[in-house]
Design a protein around this ligand. Structure first.
Ligand code: NAI
Length: 445
């Protein structure tokens, strides 16, 4: 871990000193490596579901050591809560109290994941109460986890079960190191479409993926992650960023396209390049983005308009062209931000654009689905980049205090992992979702 503070509070004498002084000690997160096991130890499955046996067989086929009872002192790598058939708040008691007793046995980097159903106005009151209560349980438990462990939930709409393709894909994502910085979040599975990859270490094999704003920062991390996951990548950025763009491309065998995403023909240029050079266009990651922060009282038109133009208007225009081209199974993943959910002082323009991304994603889901495609967004919180590394240590430590369980910012790679997952065919049933990668930041929780 590059961060000196984290190194100090987690090693040797300084670790003991930090413990004595009660200083926050951010845990090392369990991040993805293709060779690492899916969970750091056995999985305890609690609760009942009609799909329990089929699910258990699948989990065993993934190499997991599945236990149906919590016996002895054996350490655990995760807990799976089957809550999809819970129909009264009182039915949660025994499952949650059993889970509670097992929490002390969790290994660092463990995962707690639930399956549940969405609460709807059409449900019986007791059923809706139980379902909505699960939302509160998972978000609260996330705040109680230690050692870099996380808690997330999968909500199954009526047509789906825990063994639907996208439900299983979401489960693998949450179990794996890919979700290291996703905590206290839910993914809703809308349908069972899509297919699990033949090789879980190459989920994007054969796909052509375009990443905008890929010359540096989060965009460069996304390009590297998509390439690692098997995609042929096209990296896009402004002509001024040409040198850095070429370096990113050379390191991963990508091709480059120098392009301002606000250009009227940006989508056409992307389609021409991807299809002309690589034969298809399967994934587009709208990552290019800018900030021009000012209090609204001091805001000028240039600041306001440029942020809207780059961060949202360009995406709306490009998506319209992609839809008109009827590209089959096209997956779009867009960058939102927790600022677009919770708001942020000095960022009215940015929040309008990022809230706009969320609105666009929700409303475009049905349009992309018509050709077998999907659209989703990732909303990053506090991501530690070269920029945040320059923030004084004291200020950075305060920033981490709104991250009560993981006590650290995320890395660009954490955002990239979520994007690669949402861009995969197995995630097709998660169409229209917005996933926060924010370490369960209290901001806009
Ligand atoms: P960055 O400023 O390091 O990189 C953005 C890239 O986009 C640059 O290479 C830039 O040249 C390119 N770009 C800007 N305008 C463009 C245009 N008109 N056409 C083509 N390329 C253009 O930004 P960072 O931090 O890597 O952020 C990437 C995305 O993630 C942005 O959408 C940002 O809003 C979002 N985000 C970032 C967070 C963070 O903590 N860094 C938090 C939440 C969201």
């Amino acid at each position: 871990m590059a961060d000196k503070y984290m190194e100090l509070v987690n090693t040797g004498v300084t670790k003991k000193l930090a413990k004595l002084l009660g200083l926050p000690r951010p845990p090392r997160l369990r991040r993805y490596s293709p060779d690492a096991p899916l969970l750091p130890g056995p999985l305890l499955v609690l609760g009942a579901s009609s799909s329990a046996q089929e699910l258990s067989d699948t989990l065993v086929s993934w190499g997991l050591d599945v236990r149906r009872h919590d016996a002895g002192d054996a350490k655990l790598g995760g807990i799976l809560l089957l809550l999809d058939e819970v129909d009264h708040p009182q039915a949660l008691s025994s499952i949650m109290l059993t889970a509670g007793r097992a929490l002390r046995k969790l290994l660092p980097g463990a995962r707690v994941v639930s399956f549940s159903r969405p609460a709807s106005a059409d449900d019986e009151p007791a059923v809706a109460a139980a379902r909505q209560g699960i939302d509160g349980v998972i978000r609260s438990l996330g705040r109680e986890m230690r050692g870099g462990s996380t808690t997330n939930g999968i909500v199954l709409e009526e047509a789906t079960t825990p063994v639907s393709t996208s439900a299983l894909a979401a489960l693998r994502f949450f179990f794996s190191g890919r979700s290291a910085y996703v905590d206290g979040q839910f993914l809703t599975v809308r349908n069972g479409e899509g297919a699990l990859p033949a090789d879980f270490s190459q989920p994007l094999a054969g796909k052509v993926a375009v990443v905008t704003g890929a010359a540096r920062g989060i965009g460069a991390a996304i390009a590297r992650t998509l390439a690692r996951d098997g995609a042929q990548v096209v990296v896009v950025d402004m002509p001024q960023a040409g040198d850095s763009l070429a370096k990113v491309a050379n390191s991963i065998g990508a091709t480059t396209l120098q392009l301002d995403v606000t250009a009227a023909d940006a989508a056409q240029q992307i389609m021409d390049h991807a299809i002309g050079r690589h034969g298809s266009l399967d994934i587009v990651v709208h990552n290019a983005g800018i900030t021009r922060d000012k209090l609204l009282a001091n805001m000028d038109a240039a600041r306001w308009d440029s942020v809207i133009a780059v961060n949202i208007a360009s995406q709306l225009r490009m998506n319209e062209a992609f839809l008109a081209a009827k590209l089959p199974n096209l997956r779009i993943v867009s960058l939102a931000s927790t600022s677009g959910i919770a708001g942020n002082r000095g960022q009215t323009n940015y929040a309008a654009s990022k809230g706009g991304v969320i609105g666009m994603v929700r409303s475009s889901a049905k349009l992309f689905a018509e050709n077998g495609g999907s659209i989703a967004a990732v909303a990053p919180g506090f991501i530690e980049t070269e920029m945040t590394a320059k923030i004084p240590l004291g200020t950075r430590t305060v920033a981490r205090m709104v991250l009560p369980s993981l006590m650290q910012g995320g890395l660009p790679e954490d955002v990239a992992e979520a994007i690669s997952f949402l861009g995969s065919d197995a995630a097709a049933g998660l169409n229209g979702q917005v996933l926060r990668v924010c370490g369960q930041s209290l901001v806009g929780a």
